[in-house]
Design a protein around this ligand. Structure first.
Ligand code: AMP
Length: 360
């Protein structure tokens, strides 16, 4: 059954993704309550209410459950225990299983390989000896990442053509946390697919975006991606497999490496709306944010068709100073996140520059 207009949707996490979800929810007639420890967060500025508490605060979670008809989240590091506890009293979408898989890079790769979605080769690494052995296996090159809590390229170290050995202290420098060494993929480009699955199991899949990262942070997403239709179809088919295997409800973002022969390796899944899907608010009738709200509210999913070629760019830190010049462009949609301070590396907003040529 779908959620009647006027119902309240709980959102765990108060960043820009929560903000855009709250705005989409409002347009569909819903109210939103945001659980976020940071006062006056981007999402709370546009939501009906903020519960200002930690994500694992038992009393705050109970309050969120009591006031919400359904609970969702805007980041993948929501404690699984919190999501599972909430799910006893209120529907929580996407399901806690998606969090479990996405929070640990080893679990994520095992899950993907298990359903026939290839990834880079990998080895769990817990100490310098295991690192030496894993690097040897990968011919001296690899990318060492923290298994958990990594985002925007944080907690990563690249090794290229190194003689193996002499890595004493590496694991300590990475914080003595569980690590993973991935083989270094010689990719031609990076793409992502944003897709949604409804409570009824129906899917809506957006066109793949081609992504460029700078210093580990997404810089731009370009539509269409420079890939063949076969590669696009295989990325979308992988997304469909992942959504079905997780019995997923909501929007998911899946990042892939495209190899020279057009084949794909999945890099990461994000069980939430995704930065590389921000272009959908400007180039599609139904954005990823509305699609997510539709999915978790049990409404029919909307048409993910794309009307324009476009490029989305993030505004990071001082990029925000370009806003007046950007607004002078005729075919540009700007979205700012309401963050007071433009610190280096901080996502302040994004814009989507549209081609003039309408596609459909
Ligand atoms: P991640 O945090 O896993 O999304 O990694 C951030 C960025 O690092 C990716 O978007 C790639 O540009 C690069 N990267 C990550 N993993 C690999 C890999 N196994 N081989 C080559 N480049 C990688």
């Amino acid at each position: 059954m779908s959620l009647p207009a006027g119902s309240t949707i709980g959102i765990i996490g108060g960043g820009q993704l929560g903000r855009m979800l709250a705005m989409a929810a409002a347009r569909l007639g819903y109210r939103t309550v945001v659980l976020e420890p940071q006062p006056d967060c981007p999402a709370a500025q546009v939501a009906n209410r903020q519960i200002t508490a930690a994500y694992d605060d038992t009393a705050a979670l109970a309050e969120l459950a009591a006031v919400s008809a359904v609970v969702t989240y805007e980041f993948e590091n929501v404690p699984v225990a919190a999501a599972s506890a909430l799910a006893v009293t209120v529907p929580v979408y996407p399901p806690a299983r998606a969090l479990e898989v996405a929070q640990d890079r080893v679990a994520e790769k095992k899950f993907l390989n298990g359903i026939g979605v290839p990834t880079a080769d990998f080895c769990p690494v817990d100490n310098d000896d295991e690192l030496t052995a894993a690097l040897k296996k990968f011919g001296g090159s690899g990318i060492l990442k923290t298994r958990r809590m990594g985002y925007d390229g944080k907690g990563q170290r690249v090794f290229r053509n190194m003689e193996t050995g002499g890595f004493a202290g590496t694991c300590e420098a990475m914080g003595n946390v569980p690590l993973i060494l991935e083989s270094l993929v010689a990719f031609e480009r990076e793409i992502s697919v944003v897709a949604a699955r409804g409570i009824d199991g129906l899917l809506a899949t957006y066109d793949p975006a081609e992504n460029v990262h700078r210093e580990g942070i997404l810089h731009s997403s370009t539509l269409p991606a420079g890939i063949t239709s076969e590669t696009a179809v295989s990325a979308q088919a992988a997304a469909a497999k992942i959504l079905a295997a997780l019995d997923y409800v909501g929007v998911i973002g899946i990042e892939f490496f495209v190899l020279a022969d057009g084949s794909l390796l999945a890099n990461e899944i994000a069980p939430r709306v995704h930065n590389s899907g921000h272009w959908t608010e400007a180039a599609c009738i139904v954005s990823q944010f509305e699609q997510h709200i539709r999915a978790v509210a049990g409404l029919p999913l909307g048409n993910p068709g794309r009307h324009f070629d476009c490029v989305m760019e993030n505004l990071i830190g001082d990029d925000i100073l370009c806003v007046p010049a950007l607004l002078a462009e005729p075919d540009l949609m700007l979205h700012l996140y309401g963050k007071a301070e433009a610190r280096p590396g901080r996502k302040m907003g994004h814009f989507t520059r549209m081609s003039r040529h309408r596609l459909i």
